[in-house]
Structures are given as structure tokens and as C-alpha cells.
Design a protein around this ligand. Structure first.
Ligand code: ADP
Length: 429
């Protein structure tokens, strides 16, 4: 599998054997001419000339044998250095970064993908010049010394920007020989690690959110069993708090279940024909009491319809109930909420736009991109006080993804916020 990058002497008989045979032929030939000179003394000059020519003919191949020997030396030095075109083609075909090193841990080849991922590296340089991770270098050494495949993890960047799983594999050679090359194959695991981290964070956040009301409940139960056992006034007050805390836990569990249910269905396409005007009518009816409680009026602002989209009725009611509930929670008392519908054209597609607008305090720009993250709140205290769980907009986003709709948040501090969902329009029948 290795290329002998030398122009001559690459194959043929071993040199020592070749020299011995040349000497034998020269001796035999010269002996023959000497015998002829003895037998025919009259032609002794012709015999001497013949003998000299024969010796010359023998010496010339011997000189080229010396050259061959030098070439073979060169070959011996170069043999383990350069991989052949076959290995290079295989390394090049790898879809992820791949490097070929020799036994001395010097880089002998790398594919184009590796250059995009790790920058340019000069052939012949030590691999440790680019990769300084002690774990990775130890794994490479273990593979080279043990002549075996080794797998390791490699995390690049101080903030764990990219995670890689790395395989170091000896290139197979005939039995009994030492591998000349080792393939270092990188597999990008950044996405998987990020999902793992998100999952861990989510479990930690959910546990924390549940633990807080639970701790409060336990505290009040102990107080009611102990110091406040006979205190009827305190008992009434504590039971009210305990009811609120239980309701908070229940809301949280409902939202968590809702989120996991929607995430499971996220990639299942919706197929029912839904008129968003009907959805808005349902939401208006169910949310009116909350709006009046918050001293807000709900208005509608509909352009020319129809507003038919592919959807799931219950999920769409959930989306707009959540948005209206937020508008009631965070909107300014004494003002209004607008529910709007309109059709619009974006390049070649027809869209239906549904929005919920409030005239509350608005959201500072730096928070807007993060609003749909699970448990993200602009102000935790206000959200808790308003019975928020921090999951509402995350549920909204996931439902909209399933509907191939886009959520656009526009907000100006001091003026209010507009949450818009843009759906692909269905042709009216
Ligand atoms: P929560 O249950 O806390 O309301 P959401 O996911 O529904 O959680 O919203 C996340 C955060 O976004 C809220 O805590 C709040 O800070 C902010 N937010 C959502 N809607 C509005 C709005 N209409 N006006 C101002 N802030 C809002």
C-alpha cells in the first residue's frame, strides 16, 4: 500500500546477490580469454583486448548496480513517509475531517474537509503542532505504539465550541509488518452534545420549578402540624397559600406534559382545513373573562379573508389562548388587545397572518430572541406573580413549527408588543 517514490532500483534482485553474480561472470569470462591466449599465443593481443572489453562490460552493470543500491536506500528511507494514491483517494472521500500520519506522528496527508474544520496544516509537520489536547495525543500514541484502533473524545475551544469523537486506526499491512500509516478520523458530535446538555438543563430547570412550590407546601404542612396547630387565622391564610402553590405545580405539570406531547408530534404534518377566524372566535369567548378581570378590552381587526390554513384545531386554540393570556398578564390595564387577521403575499406564496397585539410595557430587545426558550422569562418575579410557568411561548413555537408557520415578535418598550404567526395559506374551496 505504500508508494516507493524513487525513479530507479525499486525492484529486482537483492543487491548483494547481484554483485556476486557479476563478479562470477567477470572471472569466468576473463579466465576464458586467458586460456585462449595460452592456446593461441599468436593471437595474444586479440585475446587481451577481448578480455579487457569483457571486463568493461561486466563493470558497467556493476556501476549501475551501485546506483540501484543508492536508489534502494532512498526508497528504504522514503517508504514509510508517503501514502499512495489509493489511500489518499480514500482519505479524500471521507465526509468528515481525516488525517493520515506516519509512525513518527508526522502529518502525511489530510482531506479538504479537515482544512475547513481545523485550518491548513503543512504536510510533514508534527500532528501535535495543531492538536495540543493531551488526551488526544495520548490516544494517538497509544494507537501507534499498540498498533491498534483507539477512540477518544476531543473538545475544541475553551467554551466547548465543538465536540468530536476521534478514531485512530492503523492502516492494515501484511501480517508481521509494522503499520506505516495511521488514519485519524474526526466525527462531529457538537449537535448531539448540545441536545444532551439541553435535556440535562431542562430536567434541572423543571425539577427546580417543581421543588420551589413543593418546599413551600412542606413548610406550611409542618407549621400547621406544629406551631400554628391551634391558630385558626393562620390556618386559613396558610391553606390559601398552599392552594396557590398546588395550583402552580399543577399548571407546571400540565405545561410540561403539553410540551412533551407537542414535541413528540412536531414532525407529524397537520392536515385539517382550519379557518383561523373560527379559532379567534373561540379564543375571544374563552378569554373574555380574563381580559375583563385585567381591565382590558379585546378588539378584532380583520382584513379581507378567507383565512384557511392546514392545522390542528385544539393546538391552534392553544397557541392563540396563550398569546392572549400573555397580553392580558403583561398588557397595561385600562387599555386594549387587538386580534388581527390578514392575507399577504410573500414572493410567490400566499400567507395568512394572525397577530395578537397589546399596549403594555413592551419587551427590551435583548430578551426578544430568547423568549421561546423553555423557562425563559424577562422577569421571573413578575411571571410567577402572574401565574406564569415560563413554558407558554415554547409551547407556541413548537405548535407553530408543526404548522410550518413562523412566529415573529415585534416589541417596543413603552409601547407594547405584537406576536404574529404567519401560516402558508390554503386555497379556499
Ligand atoms: P410565562 O408563563 O412566564 O408567561 P411565556 O413563555 O408565556 O412564560 O413567556 C415568557 C416571558 O416572555 C414572560 O415571562 C414575559 O417576561 C415575556 N412576555 C411574554 N409575552 C409578553 C407580552 N405580551 N408582553 C411583555 N412580556 C411578555
Amino acid at each position: 500500500m505504500t508508494t516507493r517514490e524513487t525513479t530507479e532500483g525499486g525492484a529486482g534482485l537483492p543487491i548483494a546477490r547481484r554483485v556476486v553474480s557479476v563478479v562470477r561472470v567477470a572471472a569466468a569470462g576473463t579466465g576464458l580469454f586467458v586460456a585462449l591466449a595460452i592456446l593461441h599465443p599468436e593471437a595474444w593481443q586479440a585475446c587481451i583486448i577481448g578480455s579487457l572489453l569483457f571486463l568493461l562490460a561486466c563493470i558497467l552493470p556493476a556501476r549501475s548496480t551501485r546506483k540501484a543500491k543508492a536508489g534502494e536506500e532512498l526508497w528504504r528511507r522514503q517508504a514509510p513517509l508517503w501514502p499512495d494514491g489509493g489511500i489518499k483517494a480514500v482519505v479524500e472521500a471521507m465526509l468528515e475531517p481525516a488525517f493520515l500520519i506516519d509512525r513518527n506522528l508526522l502529518l502525511r496527508y489530510r482531506n479538504a474537509v479537515s482544512e475547513q474544520a481545523f485550518g491548513n496544516m503543512a504536510l510533514g509537520d508534527a500532528i501535535s503542532l495543531r492538536f495540543r489536547s493531551p488526551e488526544l495525543l495520548a490516544a494517538i500514541e497509544a494507537s501507534v505504539e499498540g498498533r491498534k484502533s483507539v477512540n477518544t473524545e476531543f473538545i475544541e475551544g475553551r467554551s466547548a465550541d465543538r465536540s468530536w469523537s476521534v478514531d485512530i486506526l492503523p492502516i492494515p499491512v501484511p501480517q508481521g509488518e509494522r503499520p506505516a500509516f495511521f488514519l485519524i478520523l474526526f466525527h462531529d458530535r457538537t449537535g448531539e452534545r448540545r441536545i444532551e446538555r439541553m435535556r440535562t438543563d431542562f430536567v434541572a430547570n423543571a425539577s427546580h420549578e417543581l421543588r420551589t412550590p413543593l418546599a413551600s407546601l412542606i413548610g406550611f404542612i409542618e407549621t400547621l402540624q406544629g406551631p400554628a396547630k391551634e391558630d385558626a387565622v393562620a390556618r386559613g391564610r396558610f391553606l390559601d397559600i398552599m392552594r396557590d402553590q398546588s395550583a402552580r405545580m399543577s399548571r407546571l405539570i400540565d405545561d410540561l406534559l403539553s410540551l412533551s406531547h407537542i414535541e413528540m408530534k412536531r414532525h407529524v404534518a397537520v392536515s385539517d382545513r382550519i379557518d383561523l377566524e373560527e379559532i379567534f372566535a373561540d379564543v375571544l369567548e374563552s378569554m373574555s373573562p380574563l381580559a375583563s378581570e385585567s381591565d382590558l378590552v379585546i378588539e378584532t381587526q380583520y382584513g379581507p379573508g378567507p383565512y384557511v390554513v392546514a392545522g390542528d384545531r385544539d393546538e391552534l386554540v392553544q397557541v392563540f389562548s396563550n398569546l392572549v393570556e400573555n397580553a392580558c398578564k403583561y398588557g397595561e390595564a385600562g387599555r386594549r388587545i387587538v386580534l388581527g387577521l390578514q392575507r399577504l403575499r410573500e414572493r410567490d406564496s400566499l400567507l395568512v397572518e394572525a397577530f395578537v397585539q397589546d399596549f403594555g410595557p413592551g419587551i427590551p430587545a435583548e430578551h426578544v430572541p430568547r423568549l421561546t426558550e423553555r423557562f425563559y422569562r424577562v422577569d421571573v418575579g413578575t411571571s410567577r406573580q402572574k401565574r406564569g410557568t415560563g413554558l407558554g411561548l415554547s409551547i407556541v413555537r413548537n405548535i407553530l413549527v408543526r404548522h410550518r408557520a413562523r412566529l415573529i415578535v415585534a416589541s417596543t418598550v413603552g409601547e407594547g408588543s405584537t406576536f404574529t404567526a404567519r401560516f402558508p395559506a390554503l386555497d379556499p374551496r
